[in-house]
Design a protein around this ligand. Structure first.
Ligand SMILES: Nc1nc2c(c(=O)[nH]1)N[C@H]1C(S)=C(S)[C@@H](COP(=O)(O)OP(=O)(O)OC[C@H]3O[C@@H](n4cnc5c(=O)[nH]c(N)nc54)[C@H](O)[C@@H]3O)O[C@H]1N2
Ligand SMILES: Nc1nc2c(c(=O)[nH]1)N[C@H]1C(S)=C(S)[C@@H](COP(=O)(O)OP(=O)(O)OC[C@H]3O[C@@H](n4cnc5c(=O)[nH]c(N)nc54)[C@H](O)[C@@H]3O)O[C@H]1N2
Ligand code: SF4
Ligand SMILES: [Mo]
Length: 708
């Protein structure tokens, strides 16, 4: 009997359903799910949302009954044959046969694994373990590489430990000023705005840095509107001004940091006129932003994908951290630097080993002590564990090549839509000898697979997620899954068994969590003191939590940073601009991002009717002056081309965007796919692709049609 069959009843029997959390973003709003038909109601007792939900959360129950929900495994006999229903045994046997055949012929690394930041901690942990000791492949990475990896790299470098927000979200309302660089939280985490609104009501100032005057920017006291890809220069320019105006906190710098002198010298060259020329932000606005940040003791600098998804994303985040350190903010209650994580388990998903260079507990896979610890928990010899593998885009690009994986097993991502230069990624997926995808809907990537495994989703299963605050929360099973589907944990356990893997492979989330606790013990992301019972009783527990009597760590850096000597590191960084500049052929900057009613690749939200109604199709946002120069009218179809391909989308003329920049949200498949255009130039440290800027050309469709 499998876990899905064992626990037919919901795991909390409250009249109005089970208390759980939203299937989508990292805010992990609390909601109660249950009833007939199944309904979602917001919870008041969860600090992140306090009774609020966004449009996606309110309509989340519709996901459970998507018309084309997968309920039976699918398989194709040959690469060019259609997908047809099959039994679980046939599907799993086929996967094991292909894995065995390809690894026998080409070695262990012939099979790759791709995971996702939406997977629970238990799944992320088990997937990493499965790759390392069942498949014994180094080739595993996940979509979080496309998300907050640049911030993670910068934060590790500066503070020695990567926890998105180093404080409870409720600290935000008491801040004197908050600067959000490249985050449109009013659309990407709407209930987050409550905390910012409360701060403003108390007299705090909101500063937003975004090339577009977004809904978030409109609610700010100050909006800086730079050219995409120039935040690093902007942050260095602000630090230059802080030094010039005597606003740096010399006592703090001496007591808690290292390396300021080098940074002080390096930002000498970022005088206001020069930075204004690079960024397009008027110098008086930079000065005002610095003064607002420096006027009180409680200020925060937050970055999100707009500042991070760049080929210099790590250095860009570092520039913002340098500014925060110079102003004396990190490691003080209610102030500092934070990264807004994105996916439902964006934080926990990056801690337990689905990343190419990582073992559970945020340990490094090349650290002998970490390997020995984790190997002991897994019951294997440390030598069995492979070394680091390729990063997400590099892994996708290597598929089907001479020394790349010939087979890929994918859980929780839809790279055909969401990976950069996606036509190339499709080509690489096509070059595989075997692709297996586990999903609960037929995503664009699942439809290209040889075997599709239908899984349980969100409210049909239990497990833990770690939200943007670093607070570990419980997702609870609120409804029964449809007959025929299995959980990711059951699938992994079955495959591990058939592959003859060593060690224990439970399909019960509670048991897997117990193992995760042991595997993470002593690591930077230490969960060993966290239990399901504590999460329940305490409304979540902040990691690190190294023992059952430890209270958890809401504010990790108050006494010391997590570096070996406890001091934060300044790192000098230099502006270099976008990897791909504009020129005569491609004269306009393209940036990409999100709209409120769609989520990520859209695999889920394009199946929810009210969301489709709210955001039915892709579009390109451009300024009326730019549109006029290109002969584009509002509502007309236009072709947007980059060096990598062309997308066809409807024009939306808005005054709120810079004249030199256009914006396309990335939630749709087909010819309006933003990622047909994006540039996979990678950050040298984080291996993050440059989703947020490339060079494009815009043409009205009729005109270019006549040219051909
Ligand atoms: N509705 C909705 N909400 C979501 C998601 C979703 O898909 N839909 N996804 C979730 C996930 S995984 C994530 S990672 C988060 C992302 O959350 P955000 O980071 O808030 O989302 P984005 O829209 O990708 O980017 C934010 C802003 O960056 C701006 N930007 C573009 N280029 C630059 C630049 O060079 N510099 C600066 N400063 N800004 C720039 C864009 O104009 C955009 O308004 O959202 C989460 N929440
Ligand atoms: N141009 C551009 N591209 C981007 C971005 C951008 O800003 N601009 N942002 C990037 C970012 S930040 C992110 S996070 C990525 C996200 O992009 P993707 O990785 O494609 O994320 P999703 O669309 O959430 O895909 C998740 C898939 O897994 C399925 N799924 C969800 N939960 C589970 C589960 O528990 N188990 C299994 N087996 N399947 C599950 C869903 O149905 C869906 O098909 O996109 C990146 N791509
Ligand atoms: S803000 Fe995020 S977690 Fe909250 S309801 Fe919306 S999608 Fe769900
Ligand atoms: Mo993300």
């Amino acid at each position: 009997m499998t876990a899905s069959e064992r626990t037919r009843a919901p795991d909390t029997a409250a009249a109005d359903g089970a208390p759980t959390h939203c299937p989508y973003c990292a805010l992990q709003c609390g909601m109660t799910v249950g009833g007939v038909p199944v309904r979602v109601t917001p919870r008041q007792d969860v600090p992140a949302n306090r009774g609020g939900l966004c449009h996606k959360g309110w309509t989340a129950a519709e996901l459970l009954t998507a018309a084309d929900r997968l309920t039976t495994p699918l398989m194709r006999a040959r690469r060019d044959a259609p997908l047809e229903p099959c039994t679980w045994d046939e599907a799993l046997d086929r996967i094991v046969a292909e894995v065995t055949r390809l690894q026998g012929r080409h070695g262990r690394d012939a099979v790759g694994v791709f995971g996702g930041g939406g997977l629970t901690n238990e799944k992320a942990y088990q997937l990493g373990k499965f790759a390392r000791i069942a498949l014994r492949t180094a080739q595993i990475d996940y979509n979080g590489r496309f998300c907050m990896s640049s911030a993670a790299a910068a934060v590790n470098r500066a503070f020695g430990m990567d926890r998105g927000l180093p404080m409870p979200i409720t600290d935000l309302a008491r801040a004197d000023a908050i600067m959000v660089a490249g985050g449109n939280v009013a659309e990407t985490m709407p209930p987050f705005m409550r905390h910012l609104a409360e701060m403003r009501e108390r007299g705090g100032a909101l500063i937003v840095i975004d090339p577009r005057r977004t809904v978030t920017a409109r609610r700010a006291d100050l909006h800086l509107q730079p050219t995409p890809g120039t935040d690093l220069a902007l942050a260095n320019g602000m630090l230059h001004l802080a030094i010039q105006e005597g606003l740096v906190d010399e006592d703090y710098i001496r007591a808690r940091t290292d390396g300021f002198e080098q940074v002080r010298m390096s930002v000498n060259a970022y005088w206001p006129d020069r930075v204004e020329r690079i960024t397009g932000v008027p110098a008086p606005q930079m000065r005002e932003a610095v003064r607002l940040l420096a006027r009180g003791r409680r200020s925060l600098i937050l970055t999100a994908r707009g500042a991070e998804q760049h080929a210099r994303g790590t250095d860009t985040v570092t520039a913002f951290i340098n500014l925060a350190l110079a102003l004396g903010l990190p490691g003080r209650e209610g102030s500092g630097y934070g990264c807004l994580t994105g996916q439902g388990n964006g934080q926990g998903g990056r801690e337990h080993g689905q990343k190419a260079d990582q073992l559970p507990g945020y340990r490094r896979i090349d650290d002998p002590a970490a390997r020995a610890h984790v190997a002991a928990v897994w019951g294997v010899d440390p030598d069995v564990i492979p070394g680091p593998g390729r990063s997400a885009y590099e892994l996708l690009e290597a598929l089907g090549t001479e020394d790349g994986p010939k087979a890929l097993l994918l859980f929780g991502s839809n790279p055909v839509v969401s990976a950069p230069r996606s036509a190339r990624v499709e080509e690489r997926l096509g070059a595989l000898e075997f692709l297996a995808v586990a999903d609960f809907v037929p995503s664009e990537t699942a439809l290209r697979a040889d075997v599709v495994l239908p899984t349980t989703q969100w409210a049909e299963e239990s497990g833990t997620v770690t939200n943007l605050e670093g607070r570990v929360l419980r997702r609870r099973r609120a409804v029964d899954p449809p007959p025929g589907v299995r959980s990711d944990l059951e699938i992994i356990a079955e495959l591990a068994g058939r592959l003859g893997a060593p060690g224990a492979w439970s399909d019960d989330p509670a048991e897997v969590f117990e193992e995760l606790r042991a595997a993470s013990a002593g690591g930077p992301a230490d969960y060993s003191g966290i239990t399901y019972e504590r999460i329940e009783a305490e409304g979540g527990v902040f990691w690190p939590c190294p023992s059952p009597d430890h209270p958890g760590t809401p504010r990790p850096f108050l006494d010391r940073f997590a570096t070996p000597d406890g001091r934060a590191r300044f790192v000098p960084v230099e502006h270099g601009g976008a990897a791909e500049g504009t020129d005569e052929d491609y004269p306009v900057h393209l940036t990409t991002g999100r709209v409120l009613a769609q989520y990520q690749s859209g695999a889920q939200t394009r199946r929810v009717a009210p969301l489709v109604e709210a955001a039915p199709e892709p579009f390109v946002e451009l300024h009326p002056d730019l549109a006029e120069r290109h002969g584009v009218t509002d509502g007309a179809m236009v072709r947007v081309s980059s060096r990598r391909g062309a997308a066809v989308v409807r024009a939306r003329l808005v005054e709120s965007i810079r004249h030199d920049t256009v914006f396309i949200p990335f939630h749709w498949a087909g010819e309006g796919r933003a990622n047909l255009l994006t540039n996979p130039a990678l950050d040298p440290v984080s291996r993050m692709p440059e989703f947020k800027v490339c060079a494009v050309r815009i043409e009205p469709i009729e005109q270019s049609g006549a040219d051909q």
